[in-house]
Design a protein around this ligand. Structure first.
Ligand code: GUN
Length: 295
């Protein structure tokens, strides 16, 4: 079997078209332009490219976007102050501080400093708590994007055995929580595997859906996959450099071998990545509507 490709590029395009229309309507009917600020501390090349992609997408959709790049030595106090400034700026509806931060800055303190109503990443403890309770909130972008991909590709999650590999705060923990809830792309039986899991392959072989978010290139091999399973690959691993200087990327899944067994699979690049950025835009538009009292 050769699996159907779940294209994040195609699904993201669909959602971006919906958002472009929504942004145009907000401007025309309410004179509102949603605003996003991205804050990057330091010069990590991967983070630089993610932040650049977020700003480029915002502009393309008609969202006002500001990119702030700070010296790697910036103090925690100065970063908290800057976040406070944007909390009080009515032109800014969404604040994104790119993670990871340099070691001398306490990530939790920065996330806590962001106004929960501008927390378009969905990382503030208030939004995390609401998410776990199934209340209305900003959902974290990568998990939210995965839910949309599953729904829009017609992957049945109700009653499905879902195995998630990786327990990060950004992907593993939230997607596990969301998929067990009574919601679209939910009602699943969820197993969350991590570095201390005894027999990862045995768990994976039972799975109707595998979500890999570990950061280990090609860790999920064909012998770990049940025939007909759906595969979501969140990994973006730089495994080398092409002659043109561009990074060569690989996912957490051995794509070429696994596609022969799975029913559907996301590629890397062009899978989950474009969805993460798109859901950030959706949250920013939502934040603008909330600020204007439209929702
Ligand atoms: N670093 C990796 N993914 C993300 C994300 O979704 N948001 C932020 N702020 N930083 C990240």
């Amino acid at each position: 079997m050769t699996a159907k490709l779940i294209s994040g590029i195609e699904i993201a395009k669909e959602i971006r078209e919906e958002l472009t229309a929504e942004v145009a309507e907000l401007k025309e009917k309410h004179s509102i332009v949603p605003g996003l600020v991205t804050i990057l501390v330091g010069e990590d090349p991967a983070s630089q490219s993610y932040v650049a992609a977020k700003n480029k997408t915002a502009h393309a959709l008609g969202i006002h976007s500001e990119q702030v790049t700070l010296d790697p030595e910036t103090s925690e106090e100065d970063l908290v102050k800057l976040v406070g400034k944007y909390n009080n700026d009515p032109k800014v509806n969404g604040i994104l501080v790119q993670l990871p931060l340099p070691k001398h800055i306490n990530e939790a303190n920065i996330l806590l400093a962001i106004d929960p109503n501008k927390d378009v990443d969905g990382f503030h403890p208030v939004n995390v708590g609401k998410m776990v309770l199934g209340e209305q909130c900003f959902l974290p972008c990568t998990p939210h994007g995965i839910l949309e991909m599953l729904t829009r590709s017609g992957v049945e999650t109700s009653g499905a055995e879902v195995v998630i590999i990786g327990r990060s705060n950004i992907v593993g923990k939230p997607i596990a929580n969301l998929m067990l809830q009574k919601r679209d792309a939910g009602n699943a039986t969820v197993t969350l595997c991590h570095t201390r899991t005894k027999d990862m392959a045995a768990h994976c072989r039972r799975a109707d859906i595998i979500i890999a978010a570990v950061g280990v290139p090609k860790m999920v091999t064909a012998d770990m996959v049940k025939k007909g399973a759906a595969i979501i690959d969140v990994g973006v691993n730089r495994i080398g450099k092409a002659s043109n200087g561009k990074a060569i990327l690989a996912g957490d899944v051995d794509f070429d071998a696994v596609k022969e067994i799975a029913s559907c699979i996301t590629p890397v690049p062009g899978g989950v990545g474009p969805m993460t950025i798109t859901m950030l835009m959706k949250n920013t538009v939502q934040a603008a509507k909330m600020a204007a009292g439209l929702v």
